[in-house]
Design a protein around this ligand. Structure first.
Ligand SMILES: [Zn+2]
Length: 274
């Protein structure tokens, strides 16, 4: 959301964009609020959230700042659910929780809708505050168009360059990849919920190894910010292959870092599915 906001508000002197998380946080799931962050929220006029319950604990905190204008970037977007992702699998390993999967941005089509939501939210806020000077509104609209066209072109390349790929079943090690898999039509057989510090139990590892041995799964996708120990162990014990994708949460924070992450993912997917 930070990267999207940087692009939408590029070269605007009036509006300052700050990231509440750092790239060291990894996914927002692994984030805990600090006093420093509380101060940032107290000083802010607008708070852009990903939504989909990603910031569930923050919504309580935000109640302390009734004047903070909250923009939910996922408004109107239908989210994948954790259950839906695994319901089709025949392995019996499906999640029992029925939570929404909030990692919307990994589908570049839906990310474009998030960018629109952010732009519309900012314009609405400016209007409400009587700060919608035409120069600023034009800048924001132009910035948004420029950024959308860049995201669109990487999205089109997903279709063009992944044409005729093998639609192999995959196991993923964090549900962010589910959105990218959904975009390119890859069936996800199992989602391993690795948090930053939890270890998988032996029986879950054994279940995954069985999925691979039964020939249902040939590819494992993990992400940059997580340790690949478990994935490597499964790779060692089976003939599955491990690939590392970039969910865009560990980049350098520059305004092109989402595009760079998707560029990386495209080449990984080409390599994995050729
Ligand atoms: Zn996450």
């Amino acid at each position: 959301m930070y990267i999207a906001a940087l692009n939408v508000l590029d070269s605007s002197d009036e509006i300052e964009v700050e990231n509440l998380t750092t790239s060291a946080t990894g996914c927002l799931h692994d984030y805990t609020i600090t006093t420093e962050d509380m101060k940032k929220l107290a000083d802010a006029d607008v708070f852009i959230i990903n939504g989909g319950d990603m910031e569930s604990f923050l919504s309580d905190i935000v109640k302390n700042y009734p004047d903070l204008y909250v923009i939910n970037a996922s408004e109107g977007i239908s989210l994948l659910s954790e259950r839906e992702e695994t319901a089709e699998n025949t392995s019996g390993l499906g999640d029992t929780e029925d939570e929404a999967n909030a990692h919307v941005w990994l589908n570049p089509l839906l990310y474009q809708a998030q960018i629109e939501n952010i732009k519309n939210g900012i314009l609405e806020y400016l209007k409400q505050e009587d700060k919608d000077e035409s120069n600023l509104v034009t800048l924001i609209n132009n910035n948004t168009e420029t950024y959308l066209s860049k995201v669109k072109s990487i999205d089109i390349r997903l279709d063009e360059e992944l044409q005729g790929i093998k639609k192999e079943g995959v196991v993923i090690f964090h549900d962010a990849f589910a959105y990218l898999a959904d975009r390119i039509g890859l069936p996800v057989y199992h989602t391993v919920e690795i948090e930053s510090d939890t270890a998988l139990n032996a029986s879950e590892i054994a279940d995954i190894i069985k999925l691979v041995q039964d020939g249902k799964v040939k590819l494992l996708f993990t992400e940059l910010q997580y340790s690949d120990t478990i994935a490597n162990r499964i790779e060692e014990e089976t003939d599955a292959k491990v690939y590392i994708i970039d969910s865009g949460v560990t980049g350098d924070g520059s305004k092109d870092s989402y595009l760079k992450a998707m560029e990386h993912n495209l080449s990984v997917l080409k390599d994995a599915l050729k």
